[in-house]
Design a protein around this ligand. Sequence first.
Ligand code: KE4
Length: 427
Amino acid sequence: MKRSQTLFRRAQLVIPAGVNSPVRAFGSVGGTPPFLQRGRGAQVWDADGRAYVDYVGSWGPLVVGHAHPEVVAAAQQAAERGLSFGAPTEPEVELAELLCRLVPSLEQVRLTSSGTEATMSAIRLARGHTGRHRIVKFEGCYHGHADALLVKAGSGALTFGQPSSAGVPPATAADTVVLEYNNESALEQAFEREGAAIAAAIVEPVAGNMNLVAPRPGFLESLRRLCTRHGAVLIFDEVMTGFRVALGGAQALYGVTPDLTTLGKVIGGGLPVGAFGGRRDIMQAIAPLGPVYQAGTLSGNPVAVAAGLATLKLVQAAGFYDRLAATARALCEGLARAAREQGVPFSAASVGGMFGIFFRSTPPASFAEVLQCDREAFNRFFHAMLGAGIYLAPSAYEAGFVSSAHGEAEIARTISAARTVFAGLRS
Ligand code: KE4
């Protein structure tokens, strides 16, 4: 890993921690992050030429694998026509029409350049639409790094043990109510207590930023019922689950329709695209139609939109999500079996094409149970698997991702490596 070590030292001189997003620094697992140079399908290669089976997939966008020829060709062709116009273009209309057709809650949608912009805009829109200030979020859920949402957040914020970020004014945080994910009684109490002041509740319909925690039956339905009863806007943050757990996202999988949805990752195919949308009556409040301002120089960028459209064309193939979910299940079942054979306390769970691995005997159903996982065991497992050419998410608090490029060979290789690693963990 010599070149990555040299590059990491060089990077840290000019970029804080040597990375452009905290979780990439391997802060919670330790060691030097491989500097990746190339990807193709389920594989990536680092600066030292080492190959890995990749289960990060750029944190979710690469649901059809790295450098899919149709996605690359679409981006190349768009780039040759011009990189950006700052003016309306037909591909943006095509992508908006496609999103509105595939995602149940979307009557109108606006594109952004990141998931953070999408959730930040959705929160502002919900506050503008209702005239209220309070926001409900859930501990361990991460919705990007907008001030109002960096309160007991997940992902990198959790990984570094700083769930509430410095720099967020107390007055801002004071308007954010943080509840326990999957705790319906806490939900009922919060809405009974201050339902009339709540502008919106924002939730990851499948939590993927405290590692994977699936919604308990009834949790999302209760949230839907309470938001409706109290006139609060229900926002499903599907930046990660959108086109990851099902074609129509978690809202299609669980049959619960939010008022607003945020998207990202897959809809850009690896290039910067986010989106927020939902009920037409709420979206009418967005500038220049209404009083809630929102904008973006590169929103709807034609090259990024082309990559997104090409990706969304591929995921509509018959049986795409059945196969994706079967791949994730095979991985989870194989890892759990290998751990059981070695007597290692371990469990794994998947929803569609996202999965979680846990060093505890059963998958966690809450943030508190996530914290009970053996993080040291995870870190040892992570590094031993990396050494065996398997690139897992470098944090005990992140979900993993498979793609349509992950076949039986990749899953078998991963489970075989894990069998050896679990044996080593016991010694
Ligand atoms: P971005 O601003 O990073 O595009 O999206 C923020 C975001 C919003 N909502 C959800 C549910 C998300 O998962 C994310 C971003 N996810 C993390 C991975 N857990 C991105 C990885 C990173 O921060 O480097």
